[in-house]
Ligand binder design. Structure first.
Ligand SMILES: Nc1ncnc2c1ncn2[C@@H]1O[C@H](COP(=O)(O)OS(=O)(=O)O)[C@@H](OP(=O)(O)O)[C@H]1O
Ligand SMILES: Nc1ncnc2c1ncn2[C@@H]1O[C@H](COP(=O)(O)OP(=O)(O)O)[C@@H](O)[C@H]1O
Length: 207
């Protein structure tokens, strides 16, 4: 019997069908592809392009998008630092369950704090956490501004906006970095291909 967090006298229950059986059925390795970067850097675009590409190749994926999860699971959280931390903690735990189910889980969240991302990484042993850093300059993200949020942040109508008046801690050890090629940003297909190649070369697309 253990005490975990606020739960007392709890016991882990194992099932005979585990991750490796589910992986054999699906013909892939369950893992988490964690896409981090500024608002407007292309996280959702890569997540969707990658999911589509994998799906058409017969792989089972699921996208956990920060914006979308804040409509449900994380609707009680704001953008203050401790709520962003709780947001990432919850999504890290959910992503871990998807990976345990054998799914290629694609999580796309700003996840601005290195410590929070590293805590998610620590939940997933055996290289099952693959960090993708959208290394695009703030100026590009701000120029895109598809939702008009940077404009609102610059005029003080949104407080604590990442990259404007709230921090973003760039990763230092990401498995994959997506960046500008000269003046050009790679196309969504090219960005997805970069991640796909990593998965292929590292054996994630077989059980
Ligand atoms: N203050 C502030 N700072 C940053 N972003 C903001 C803020 N307020 C609203 N939004 C919108 O929320 C989306 C980011 O949600 P996340 O859950 O990914 O954020 S975080 O990881 O908890 O930092 C983010 O979506 P993306 O643009 O897709 O990144 C924004 O649309
Ligand atoms: N590689 C790209 N080249 C050009 N525009 C892009 C690219 N990736 C994303 N965009 C555009 O940039 C905007 C922000 O992309 P999005 O995926 O919503 O970013 P995020 O999820 O990081 O906020 C969208 O309008 C999207 O169409």
């Amino acid at each position: 019997m253990s005490n975990i967090g606020k739960s007392t006298n709890i016991l882990w229950h194992d099932c005979p069908i585990g991750q490796s059986e589910r992986q054999k059925l699906l013909g892939q390795k369950g893992c988490v592809i964690w896409i981090t970067g500024l608002s407007g850097s292309g996280k959702s675009t890569v997540a969707c392009a990658l999911s589509r590409e994998l799906h058409y190749r017969g792989h089972h994926t699921y996208v956990l998008d920060g914006d979308n999860l804040r409509h449900g699971l994380n609707r009680d959280l704001s953008f203050k630092a401790e709520d962003r931390t709780e947001n990432i903690r919850r999504v890290g735990e959910v992503a871990k369950l998807f990976a345990d189910a054998g799914t290629i889980c694609i999580a796309s969240l700003i996840s601005p704090y290195r410590r929070d991302r590293d805590a998610c990484r620590a939940l997933l042993p055996d290289s099952r956490f693959i960090e993708v850093f959208m290394d695009l300059p703030l100026e590009i993200c701000e120029a895109r501004d598809p939702k008009g949020l940077y404009k609102l942040a610059r005029t003080g109508k949104i407080k604590g906006f990442t990259g404007v008046d709230d921090p973003y801690e760039s990763p230092v050890n990401s498995e994959i970095v997506i960046k500008m090629e000269g003046e050009e940003c790679p196309s969504p297909k090219a960005m997805a291909k970069q991640v796909l190649s990593y998965l292929e070369e590292n054996g994630y697309l077989q059980a």
